[in-house]
Write a new protein. Structure first.
Length: 94
């Protein structure tokens, strides 16, 4: 059965995408959120060299545990989602 579309804030959309990715067994990394119509990101400021691509955790820790990822929301109110492709056994063509 296809999923029903919904209207939500950016944070809610990211959380829904996160739950979907975890349910598929993907390994996740939290990353910074780019500023809209400006250079930089919300986490690192205007000097962020790769907005949306820089992980927020040291040592590039990743997880597919919802409990672990919920802790990340305690540390960071919101974040972008990066998927570790090798660990998640997926290939991305860009």
């Amino acid at each position: 059965m296809p999923r029903q579309p919904f209207v939500a804030s950016g944070r809610e959309v990211r959380q829904e995408a996160l739950r979907d990715a975890i349910s598929r067994g993907f390994y996740i990394l939290p990353s910074c959120i780019p500023l809209v119509n400006e250079k930089g990101c919300y986490h690192h400021g205007k000097n962020c060299v790769k907005p949306g691509k820089i992980t927020l955790l040291k040592m590039h820790r990743y997880s597919n545990s919802l409990e672990e990822i919920k802790k990340w929301y305690d540390w960071y109110y919101d974040f972008n989602i990066l998927v570790k492709t090798r660990e998640s056994n997926i290939v991305v063509f860009d």
